[in-house]
Ligand binder design. Structure first.
Ligand SMILES: [Mn+2]
Length: 352
């Protein structure tokens, strides 16, 4: 570890940093991109890099495939972001003028959706900074560190490797803190390390107001959503203590009653999973297109990826998966889930 790499990642070798500096010195304007459906880490990483480069006198362009939630619109630099879904022509112009294209928080160009063909067609060298498993080989520089809780933590590492961590502004720091906080479940996931906390501490030293950021991101519930969550928990939550499982199922009619908007049921399945003794939880709902969608969560050593793949046309991660069923009713899919439980119960019978 060199003196200027205190909390950052070993992927930022002096050689790759020199290569990056050379690419940035070429004529043109850097373009910063992230995956479609940008989350706090995607937009936080992009705007952290944008703010930091601006402070160095490098004026980059942030391009997102599509919109991101309004609770992230306070982030410094938000007003300068170009959305491909709304401004395709301006995006093409920016990509044509790019000397480099930063690819943040994604490991495969296809993750940028409709923007992917534009990026693929561009001769500008790509620089990937990401923490997802199995990065594809499309970038001139691939900075992938899957041990990191967030891409924002890697952006901090990149700034640190340039020897500029001591100059991080409150604006850049707020974007970094938002990315780290949202992708780490507010510092609770196993991917959080002592290094993550040291970075957070340093960002607070640099003027970041963590309490304000937390409130701006998380205290944004609408009354309809609160009532929907209340209804789901008091009327619709089913628990099978003998099978260590819980379920919430909602029909279109029920969702409409609470003026459902996308995102309103986010986190419901985790609330079911937070019950003591429950090691697997499901949220099943009737989608507006008639499909029955499932979200599955587990804790510990039980994988819900296989459950989703084997029974619900889905897949995902070990402890978080999903699926969708066509041509069945909500009640039928709920019955199918219930039918599986006795068989899964032995595997779910552990305490953590
Ligand atoms: Mn991320």
């Amino acid at each position: 570890m060199t003196s200027n790499q205190k909390y950052g990642s070993p992927v930022f070798t002096p050689e790759s940093m020199a290569q990056c500096a050379e690419l940035l010195a070429a004529p043109g304007t850097p373009v910063i991109t992230a995956h479609r459906g940008p989350d706090g880490d995607a937009i936080g990483s992009a705007l952290a890099l944008w703010n930091h480069l601006s402070e160095l006198g490098v004026h980059a362009t942030v391009v997102m495939p599509d919109h991101y939630p309004s609770f992230l619109h306070w982030l410094p630099g938000h007003e300068s972001v170009l959305l491909f879904e709304q401004h395709a022509e301006e995006v093409q112009t920016a990509v044509d003028a790019a000397n480099v294209i930063f690819c943040l928080d994604y490991n495969d160009l296809s993750r940028t959706g409709a923007l992917a063909p534009v990026l693929e067609a561009s001769p500008a060298p790509k620089i990937m900074i990401d923490h997802h498993q199995h990065p594809k080989d499309f970038a001139a520089i691939t900075w992938s560190d899957t041990s990191r809780c967030s891409t924002a933590e890697l952006i901090y590492g990149w700034i640190e490797a340039r020897g500029e961590a001591g100059e991080i502004s409150p604006e850049t720091g707020s974007c970094l803190y938002t990315g780290i906080m949202t992708d780490s479940g507010s510092f609770r996931f196993p991917s959080v390390t002592q290094g993550t906390h040291r970075i957070a501490a340093h960002l607070i030293e640099r003027g970041v107001d963590h309490a304000v950021i937390h409130s701006r991101v998380y205290d944004t519930n609408q009354v309809d959503r609160m009532r929907l969550v209340g209804y789901a928990l008091s009327e619709k939550l089913r628990v099978w203590p003998e099978h260590h499982a819980a379920l919430i199922a909602l029909s279109q009619e029920e969702l409409k009653r609470f003026h459902y908007r996308s995102g309103d049921t986010e986190g419901l399945v985790n609330q079911a999973l937070s019950i003591e003794g429950v090691n697997m939880a499901a949220f099943i709902h009737e989608s507006h297109d008639g499909r029955i969608k499932l979200s599955l969560r587990s804790r510990g050593s039980f994988s819900v990826r296989e459950v989703a793949a084997a029974h619900f046309n889905g897949g995902g991660h070990f402890n978080a998966s999903g699926g969708a069923v066509e041509g069945a009713t909500l009640d039928e899919v709920v019955a199918q889930f219930e039918h599986l439980l006795p068989g899964l119960a032995p595997a779910l019978d552990y305490s953590i």
